[in-house]
Design a protein around this ligand. Structure first.
Ligand SMILES: Cc1ncc(COP(=O)(O)O)c(C=O)c1O
Length: 455
């Protein structure tokens, strides 16, 4: 029989996958490889430290049978710990910030853990901060173990003992650059230390979101004020014990927009479905690889799966709300959908046989100045308040006539899949466009809607 003793036997030994099209498109000569940590049983790089911190604590005697594991986590460490804890019979309580995706919170609960959510805006060191909250729960819970991934030696050790050797062996010692995000710093410090011992010329590159402190801290020793960013799991507002700046040669800042766009491209173009911090790493890997020759071997970490972010940056609606979606992916249907969510209106229109007075009342009530005229949901004309009023000034009796007698020509009709640029071009000529889905008019997009979108 061929089988594994338990699920933790599947942690590690993740494969390297070559990046093809996205490299070629940029004229990159160096080979770029993705280290597929998303293929771990908990779908992230953190499975490695979940098991190593637990086994270290068991040996030390800090974790005893029936104990409770308490940790502050952006989700993935919790998943790694919960998987190991489930197989070994420990309870888990995880403290997260509200920035952590809904999917990860659900996932932790599915693995049997209790979850406490803290405000994302709480400053480090204050009682509401998620790390302080985890420490307090640890103090108040008998027979509990607080690994503290930010300082626990088994965090970088797991990478020193596994990730580093795997990269060295799988590249036949040819790796020249290693790129990783810095959350606790465990991945980059442990892997980096191993690789530097093998060959000190290997470059260890940190990928850091704009807003995090690591780049400035590495370059000047000064800790700047952190500012918010959307990528999860990497970057910090204060240095951590496990982020060893001596091992890191260079840190590259990456924007949320580039991180998410490149993470999405990895899925669309290479079939590698990943989280946002992988996009940060890939952006830094591309920057490093640009200009290197074909002998260079650049490896970046695929930290976790895109599955955790389906309601976040893998959703077009979310990206548009955050003003992060590139215009060419914004379609008429998407604009209409977001508008409906915010305005909560159904399409207001007039029937050609309706009386003008009633149609005008409807427009006043809805505070709109132009509406389509539809017959069986197909466009037959439009009513523009200023034009109708001009006609009424000439002949007031038109108030009691049919809409069809005073209406103007129809607004242009566009398909739901029409692009942002096509809609913009139409709106240069007409004040509004109608959106058609399966031959039925479903919404209207006005010049103001487009301006709102770009603001
Ligand atoms: C999604 C994600 N990427 C990257 C990291 C960073 O890894 P490390 O803590 O080893 O620096 C984390 C850490 O929590 C993470 O959750």
């Amino acid at each position: 029989m061929k089988f594994y003793n338990d699920i933790i036997d599947l942690v590690g030994k993740t494969p390297l996958v070559r990046i093809n099209t996205l490299s070629k498109q940029r004229g990159i000569k160096a080979q770029i490889f993705a280290k597929m940590e998303s293929l771990n049983p908990g779908y992230s790089v953190k499975d490695r430290i979940g098991i190593s911190m637990i086994e270290y604590a068991e040996k030390e005697g800090t974790l005893k049978p029936g104990g409770t594991i308490i940790e502050a986590t952006s989700g993935n460490t919790g998943i790694g710990l919960a998987i190991a804890a489930a197989t070994k019979g420990y309870k888990c309580i995880f403290v997260l910030t509200e920035k952590v995706s809904f999917e990860k919170t659900r996932y932790l609960k599915a693995l049997g853990a209790d979850v406490v959510v803290c405000p994302a805006a709480a400053k480090a060191g204050t009682p509401d901060h998620y790390v302080e909250t985890a420490r307090r729960i640890h103090r108040e819970t008998p027979n509990s173990f607080y690994p503290d991934q930010y300082s626990h030696p088994a965090n970088p050790l797991a990478h020193y003992q596994t990730t580093g050797p795997e990269l060295w062996e799988d590249t036949d010692g040819k790796i020249t650059h290693f790129v990783s995000g810095i959350g606790t710093g465990g991945t980059i410090s442990g892997t980096g230390r191993y690789l530097k011992e093998k060959d000190p010329s290997i470059q260890i590159i940190g990928a850091d979101p704009y807003g995090s402190i690591f780049k400035t801290y590495k370059e000047s020793g000064h800790v700047p004020e952190a500012t918010p960013y959307l990528v999860e799991g990497i970057g910090q507002c204060a240095p951590t014990e496990n982020a060893d700046m001596k091992v890191i040669d260079r840190i590259i800042n990456v924007t949320d927009r580039d991180s998410f766009e490149l993470a999405r491209q990895l899925g669309r173009v290479e079939g590698i479905f990943c989280g946002g911090s992988t996009g940060t790493n890939f952006a830094a890997a591309l920057e490093v690889a640009n200009g290197l020759d074909e002998n260079a071997v650049v490896v970046f970490i695929v930290c976790d799966t895109g599955e955790h972010y389906l309601t976040k940056f893998h959703s077009d609606e979310w990206m548009k709300e955050k003003l992060l979606l590139e215009p060419q992916r914004i379609t008429a249907g998407l604009i209409a959908e977001t508008k409906r969510k915010t305005v909560e209106e159904d399409l207001i229109y007039a029937d050609p046989d309706e009386i003008v007075r009633d149609a005008l009342r409807k427009m006043h009530e809805a505070s709109v100045t132009q509406i389509p005229v539809l017959k069986e949901r197909r466009s037959v004309g439009s009513l523009k308040e200023s034009n109708v009023l001009a006609k009424l000034l000439e002949d007031k009796s038109l108030l009691d006539s049919k809409v069809s007698e005073v209406m103007d020509e129809s607004f242009p009709v566009m398909d739901v899949d029409a692009s942002f640029d096509e809609i913009k071009a139409s709106l240069r000529k007409a004040p509004a466009v109608l959106i058609e889905d399966f031959k039925r008019i479903t919404s209207i997009i006005t010049r103001t809607d487009l301006l709102d979108l770009q603001s």
